[in-house]
Design a protein around this ligand. Structure first.
Ligand code: HEC
Ligand code: HEC
Length: 281
C-alpha cells in the first residue's frame, strides 16, 4: 500500500482523519430526530450538524469543550459571531486564519463545506440549549464498557497491537475523555498538543523500501514522499532523496490501520470503545 505522508505527518493524519470522519457521517444511516417535533423554521439539518460535530469534537473540543459550551477557550454557543453566522460567513475567517495572538489556532486545511458543517453543529447546540426538549448532544461517556471490551478483543482487532495491561495500562489516568477519544481516533501528538506545548507520544515513523531503476535497493525511515520524489533517512542516518520515476516504492505506515479504522467505526462502537478505555485507570 502506498501512502504519501509529508513532513508534517501529524497534520496530514489529522486533517485527513477529519475528511474520513465526514465521509463516515455522510454514510451513516438516518437516525430518528427527536428535535424535529419542536423545530422552528430555521431548524438545522441534524445530519449536517452530526457531520460538523464529528469535526468539532476532536479538533476544537479540547479548547472549546466537546459540547462547545466553553472550556479553556470561550463558549461558542452564545458567541455573537456564531449567532449571526450564515454557512460559515463569519466564523470561516476566524477558523481558517485563527487568532494566533489570542490563542485560537488556524485551521487552513478545513474546507468551506467542513466549516459550514461546524457552523450547523454550533447552531444545533444553540437550539438544543434554548429548547429543553431538543436533542441533547450524545455525551462522550454514553457507551457500554463491556461491549467496548468485546469490540476491542474481537471485531475491532485492537488487541492484536495493544494490551490493557501493557501499552494502554492506565491510559484513562493520563488523558481526559475528550483527549483520549481524539487519541484513539487519530493517535499521536495533535496540532493542539503542539500548540499548547504538550508532548504526546511520538508517532512511530513510516518505513520505506525502494528498488532503484539501476537495481540498487535502499531502505530507511520515510521523511517525505510526493508524486516525484521520495526522501528517506537511511540505516546509516543519511538523508537521501530519490526520484520516484522508474523506482519501486513500498511504504509501511504503522498508523495506516488507525486511519482506515476511522471509517469502519459506527458511532456506537466508538462510544463503547471510549467507555472501555475509560476503565483503564
Ligand atoms: C488551542 C485552543 C483552541 C482550539 C483547538 C480551537 N480554538 Fe477557537 N478559540 C480559542 C480561543 C482562545 C479563542 C478566543 C480568541 C479571542 O479572544 O479572540 C477562540 C475563538 C474562536 C472563535 C471566535 C468566537 C468569537 O465569538 O469571537 C471561533 C468561531 C472559534 N474559536 C472556533 C473554533 C473552531 C471551529 C475550532 C476547531 C476547528 C477551534 N476554534 C479550535 C482557542 C481554540
Ligand atoms: C496494526 C496495529 C494497530 C491496531 C490493530 C490498532 N492500533 Fe491503536 N495504535 C497503533 C499505533 C502504531 C499507535 C501509535 C503509537 C502509540 O501511541 O502506541 C496507536 C495508538 C493508539 C492509542 C493512543 C495511545 C496513546 O498513548 O496515545 C489508542 C488509545 C489506540 N491506539 C487504541 C486502539 C483501538 C481502540 C484499536 C482498535 C479499534 C486500535 N488501537 C487498533 C497501532 C494499532
Amino acid at each position: 500500500m502506498h501512502v504519501y505522508p509529508c513532513r508534517f505527518a501529524v497534520l496530514v493524519a489529522f486533517t485527513s482523519a477529519l475528511a474520513w470522519g465526514q465521509d463516515q457521517a455522510a454514510r451513516a444511516p438516518k437516525k430518528p430526530d427527536p428535535g424535529a417535533m419542536f423545530a422552528g423554521p430555521d431548524r438545522v439539518d441534524p445530519q449536517v450538524a452530526e457531520r460538523g460535530k464529528k469535526i468539532f469534537v476532536p479538533a476544537c473540543g479540547f479548547c472549546h469543550g466537546a459540547d462547545a459550551a466553553g472550556k479553556s477557550a470561550p463558549d461558542l454557543i452564545r458567541s455573537q459571531l456564531v449567532l449571526h453566522d450564515e454557512g460559515g460567513s463569519l466564523i470561516g475567517p476566524v477558523i481558517h486564519d485563527g487568532r494566533p495572538d489570542r490563542g485560537m489556532p488556524a485551521f487552513p486545511a478545513l474546507t468551506k463545506e467542513q466549516i459550514a458543517d461546524i457552523g450547523a453543529f454550533l447552531r444545533s447546540r444553540k437550539q438544543a440549549t434554548s429548547n429543553r426538549f431538543g436533542y441533547v448532544i450524545q455525551g462522550l461517556l454514553t457507551g457500554d464498557a463491556k461491549a467496548g471490551k468485546a469490540y476491542f478483543d474481537g471485531e475491532g482487532k485492537c488487541s492484536t497491537c495493544h494490551s490493557p495491561e501493557g501499552d494502554l495500562a492506565g491510559i484513562a489516568s493520563r488523558y481526559e475523555p475528550v483527549d483520549l477519544q481524539r487519541r484513539f481516533l487519530t493517535p499521536g501528538t495533535s496540532m493542539m498538543d503542539m500548540f499548547m506545548g504538550k508532548k504526546g507520544n511520538p508517532l512511530p515513523p513510516a518505513r520505506v523500501n525502494m528498488k532503484l531503476p539501476g537495481g540498487e535497493t535502499v531502505a530507511g525511515t520515510l521523511v517525505r514522499a510526493d508524486e516525484f520524489n521520495v526522501e528517506l533517512r537511511d540505516e546509516a542516518g543519511w538523508h537521501r532523496s530519490f526520484p520516484r520515476e522508474g523506482a519501486q516504492v513500498e511504504i509501511h505506515d504503522p498508523l495506516s490501520f488507525h486511519r482506515e479504522q476511522l471509517a469502519r467505526y459506527s458511532d456506537t462502537d466508538m462510544h463503547n470503545v471510549l467507555a472501555y478505555l475509560e476503565t483503564l485507570k
